[in-house]
Design a protein around this ligand. Structure first.
Ligand code: PMP
Length: 406
């Protein structure tokens, strides 16, 4: 595995927003979105343990939990997104979503951004930016310039939506000319791996219109922003104000238990089953469904979406104060508990400085990481039980660490 930091953190235990290493040292976890409701949340642990002691098998049988979960989850979406497939990872979810789009449209072309990651299957890794696939990108995949705050597409933030849509229009024209046609535009509605630029509501509308006119579907990869992290909404697509045909979910869904899902319209799921006859041995097993159900309930019972909104706004304010004191912070942005501080120095992205800061913070007991095309944005994405006192500690440590490395 590829680990973080010069010296990897050798973790032994977690609770809430805290991790302990094997020597008993405590770290404030400002990075992990997988333990969405907090590391080792007792209700999720109990749900997993008691279901494992009652029944766990594959999904060739009907059982209450997967049905109840399907209803509880789809209730969080627009009425037409009423069908769910459970899988085991975000990669699988995106793989299924791409094939749903192919089954529905009869076309194969896929459009994504040029600075993204959607997972690790052979099909999905065709969209990954960090490594060119062996043999190059396949001709049915088109990558369009990703939006950005400090280096916007087309050079101007005000016209970025139009410039992004023009990139999509070029991709559509190429896919039609090559005979692939357009099956889907797949995007993270928060552009998480792209460095989560600040985008106005409706940003994607011109691009989506072009895709739909060409007969393509829109896939929202909610693996990172989903389940209320962004504070204002449960899902990133609701915040940006568009209606996806297919939504993929993962990471936070089981608080660390490997469970993921695809949510779509009944018609699309039916066409997918007709075309592919999908089966997934572990997808939606009773223990996974129990873990996922407990996460949904804890988000509601502990008002974690509201906490993401309120604590996130407070933390963003602290980052803005830091930016006023440290010149290297060129941009502060984000929503809810998904925040970033972009570092520039001498008119250039400060990649090495960002890496040094990430390591310095780790040495001072705060875990975070970097993101963006130049890995020069500090990425903050803590468990959603993060509180104001945690945000205060984060800001204090970042202040001191910036003083030490900048
Ligand atoms: N989509 C996005 C946007 C992701 O960031 C990731 C993982 N980083 C995935 C999909 C893949 O999820 P998984 O690792 O669970 O397969």
């Amino acid at each position: 595995m590829t680990t973080f930091y010069r010296q990897p953190v050798h973790v032994a235990r977690g609770e809430g927003v805290w991790l302990w290493d094997r020597d008993g040292r405590r770290y404030l976890d400002c990075y992990n979105n997988v333990p969405h409701v907090g590391h080792c949340h007792p209700r999720v642990v109990e749900a997993i343990a008691s279901q494992a002691a009652t029944l766990n098998t594959h999904t060739r049988y009907v059982h209450d939990l997967i049905l109840d979960y399907g209803e509880a989850l789809t209730a969080k979406f627009a009425a037409e997104l009423e069908s769910m497939v459970m899988v085991c990872s975000g990669s699988e979810a995106n793989d299924v979503a791409l094939r749903m789009a192919q089954a529905m449209t009869g076309k194969t072309g896929i459009i994504g951004t040029d600075n993204t990651y959607h997972g690790n299957t052979a099909a999905v890794s065709q969209l990954n930016a960090s490594k060119v696939p062996v043999g190059g990108y396949l001709p049915h995949v088109r990558r369009v310039a990703a939006p950005d705050n400090l280096m916007p597409v087309g050079g101007d933030r005000a016209t970025q939506a139009k410039a992004f849509a023009e990139g999509v229009a070029r991709a559509v024209a190429e896919l039609e000319a090559s005979g692939h046609g357009v099956s889907a535009l797949i995007v993270c509605p928060y552009f998480a791996n792209e460095g989560f630029p600040t985008l106005e509501r409706g940003f994607l509308d011109p691009a989506i219109e072009i895709v739909r006119r060409a007969g393509g579907l829109v896939i929202a990869d909610e693996v990172q922003p989903g389940f209320g992290r962004i504070g204002s909404h449960w899902w990133g697509h609701q915040r940006l104000g568009f209606a996806p045909d297919i939504v993929t979910l993962g990471k936070p869904m089981g608080n660390g238990h490997p469970v993921a899902a695809v949510v779509t319209r009944h018609e699309i799921l039916t066409r997918f089953q007709e075309a592919f006859k999908y089966f997934n041995t572990f997808g939606g097993n009773p223990v996974s469904a129990a873990a996922a159900m407990a996460v949904l309930q804890v988000i509601e019972d502990e008002a974690l979406v509201e906490n993401a909104r309120d604590t996130g706004a407070y933390a963003l304010g602290l980052l803005e104060e830091l930016a006023a004191r440290h010149d290297v912070i060129a941009d502060v942005r984000g929503a809810g508990l998904f925040l970033g501080a972009e570092l520039w120095r001498d008119g250039k992205p400060a990649t090495a400085l960002c890496a040094a800061l990430v390591d310095e913070m780790r040495d001072r007991g705060v875990l975070l990481h970097s993101v963006g095309r130049h890995s020069n944005t500090v990425k903050l994405r803590p468990p959603c039980v993060f509180g104001r006192d945690n945000a205060d500690m984060l800001a204090e440590v970042m202040d001191a660490a910036l003083g030490a490395v900048a």
